[in-house]
Design a protein around this ligand. Structure first.
Ligand code: ZN
Length: 122
């Protein structure tokens, strides 16, 4: 069985666990570059969230497809959610939870392949 990794924001209010990511995504779109996150994509059932809703912030912009969650106590961008959706070409995309891989407690990010996505010009 693959070991699950624990992670969370700096103050510990928002915690999560998930399987170790096989790769992480660095995107240069306006929000990803400003938040500085490395994205690890999961099916919702793969992720266990242990959250403190009273200090969990949510941010949406543009088409409001994605919700970006951050900890209001310590400021870390923690995870994002996207519902199932269909592309303009009619391609079905499943719901995803996107964890900020920088928040895993013990993950050697230097050993994880980084996928670069040109979200700015997508
Ligand atoms: Zn926090």
């Amino acid at each position: 069985m693959t070991a699950r990794l624990q992670g969370g924001c700096h103050c510990g209010a928002q915690r999560f666990s998930a399987p170790a990511p096989e790769s992480v995504t660095q995107c240069n779109c306006s929000i990803c570059s400003k938040r500085g996150t490395l994205a690890a994509y999961y099916a919702p059932e793969q992720v266990e969230l242990s959250l403190s809703p009273e200090v969990l912030g949510a941010y949406q912009w543009g088409d409001r497809m994605m919700t970006f969650h951050h900890c209001m106590a310590c400021g870390c961008g923690a995870f994002d959610e996207t519902p199932a959706w269909t592309t303009d070409e009619g391609e079905a995309r499943p719901a995803r939870i996107i964890l900020n891989a920088r928040l895993f407690d013990e993950l050697d990010l230097a050993a994880v392949p980084v996928r670069i996505v040109n979200g700015r010009n997508a």
